[in-house]
Design a protein around this ligand. Structure first.
Ligand code: SF4
Length: 168
């Protein structure tokens, strides 16, 4: 898969992943984007970090469970002010198959600003890569002074195409 991304000499962009109670299906798909050359996030100039302080782009998987919520919000508060937040899979977007559970306190954007939704259960690696590429565009615009952070629910949240053409 080839995704056009503006060439820059900037520092590598760090991806920080937060699992808010997922079934791990989306997390496996994210691992695929790292392990398969065709979907490797390094082609976009990205690498993963285990430190919330370094998280330029947050990849959030799973429905937001009641049990995980405080920890998720704590990690979110530790990340840079101008980060970009990506909801990975339908769970953070709507709760998905867990939406009516007493244990879920979603959707995610009720609690924090979401910049990009990548729906699917789980999303295909192509859609994940497209979502990360979109997040990069937003991050560069934001760091260029074109966009600022916001409050939960006040952003126009683009939704990536989860079903790109075969061979695309
Ligand atoms: S969207 Fe589907 S695969 Fe991803 S965490 Fe939810 S149930 Fe699992």
């Amino acid at each position: 898969m080839h995704i056009e991304v503006e060439e820059t000499a900037a520092e590598p962009v760090r991806l920080f992943r937060i699992n808010t109670g997922s079934c791990n299906g989306c997390d496996v798909e994210l691992a695929v984007t790292s392990a398969v050359t065709e979907f490797d996030v390094e082609q976009l100039g990205c690498s993963y970090t285990g430190s919330a302080h370094e998280g330029d782009i947050l990849l959030i998987t799973g429905p937001l469970t009641v049990r995980a919520k405080d920890e998720v919000l704590r990690l979110y508060a530790e990340t840079p002010q101008d980060k970009v937040t990506v909801a990975v899979g339908v769970c953070p977007v709507s709760g998905g198959v867990f939406r009516d559970s007493y244990a879920v306190d979603g959707p995610l954007e009720r609690h924090l600003p979401v910049d990009v939704n990548v729906p699917g259960c789980p999303p295909r690696p192509q859609a994940l890569l497209a979502g990360i590429a979109r997040a990069l565009e937003i991050l560069r615009a934001r760091r260029g002074g074109g966009e600022r952070g916001g409050e939960p629910g006040d952003r126009k949240c683009p939704i990536t195409d989860n079903f790109p053409a075969r061979g695309g």
